[in-house]
Design a protein around this ligand. Structure first.
Ligand code: ATP
Ligand code: MG
Length: 256
């Protein structure tokens, strides 16, 4: 079982979009996949049309309260969810990790039936994001090609590093930075890209996701990129991204 959290304190960079589309593709590939939503906004449920108030389903506040078993919501074949609950907002203001609770549940084997777990996190530097990082084998940082993005990525990277340094017995690996919502025709794009490549080297994902109306509109219809036809750019790019995520994970597994 491998856990990947998607983090960035900057809002609207595509964290939830990445979680929703990657996990759906992973489930279609046959991996048993779980999404954990640690964002009080609860956007994953909205994107995937899942009723957060479904009875008897474990939610993220339950995880933080130390459950001993989980009952996940079922989204489709191989795809399950632990939805968010707005009560976790109270953890969103805390700056210091309260003991890596979800990481402990993982060690007890609560998520063992899954091949991959994707964790969506809020746009904050809070204990919720720290919970996500501490419970993960890998973390991925999405960003948009805009003026303050590089600063945002650097801040996310150092937040993750500090979290890992200050939390005993956790060791998530930085999977890379995903450049999302690119517009290659924009004059500033090439300059932005070369600066990011210079700073990150191969930590920048080769696959980039274009700014596409179909991606922006898909949640309105409860759709993900797998619902688009095979020639759709959004679908092709996200499948490529899924392949690159798998490649990067496999490469790390060989080294470690
Ligand atoms: N590649 C893309 N092309 C077009 N629109 C996109 C793309 N990626 C994301 N969006 C849109 O941008 C908005 C923000 O995306 P998303 O909700 O995934 O960001 P987020 O980082 O999870 O935001 P938050 O920090 O608030 O949780 C959404 O309306 C989403 O549909
Ligand atoms: Mg989000």
């Amino acid at each position: 079982m491998k856990t990947i959290s998607i983090i960035c304190q900057k809002g609207g960079v595509g964290k939830t979009t990445a979680v929703v589309n990657l996990s759906t593709i992973f489930s279609k590939k046959g991996y048993k996949t779980l999404i954990i939503d640690l964002d009080p906004q609860g956007n994953v449920s909205t994107y995937l049309n899942f009723d957060k108030n479904t009875k008897n389903v474990t939610n993220s506040i339950d995880l933080l309260s130390g459950v001993t078993e989980i009952l996940t919501g079922e989204l489709s074949e191989n795809l399950s969810i632990i939805p968010s609950n707005k009560e976790i907002a109270r953890y969103n203001d805390e700056k210091i990790i309260g003991g890596a609770k979800i990481s402990k549940l993982k060690k007890y084997g609560l998520f063992n039936e899954f091949d991959f777990v994707f964790i969506d996190t809020p746009p904050t530097m809070s204990s919720l994001v720290q919970e996500g990082i501490a419970a993960s084998d890998y973390y991925l940082i999405p960003t948009k090609p805009e003026f303050l993005a590089i600063e945002g990525v650097a801040q996310a990277m150092s937040f993750a590093k500090a979290t890992l340094k200050n939390t005993p017995n956790v060791n998530a690996i930085f999977l890379g930075v995903l450049l999302n919502q690119i517009e290659t025709r924009r004059a500033s794009y090439e300059e932005f890209l070369s600066e990011l490549e210079y700073l990150l080297g191969d930590r920048l994902f080769k696959t980039k996701i274009s700014h596409l109306t179909e991606i922006a509109d898909s949640p309105f219809y409860g759709k993900t990129v797998i619902d688009f036809n095979k020639e759709s750019k959004a679908r092709i790019e996200f499948y490529k991204l899924a392949e690159e995520v798998i490649e990067r994970v496999e490469k790390n597994e060989k080294i470690t």
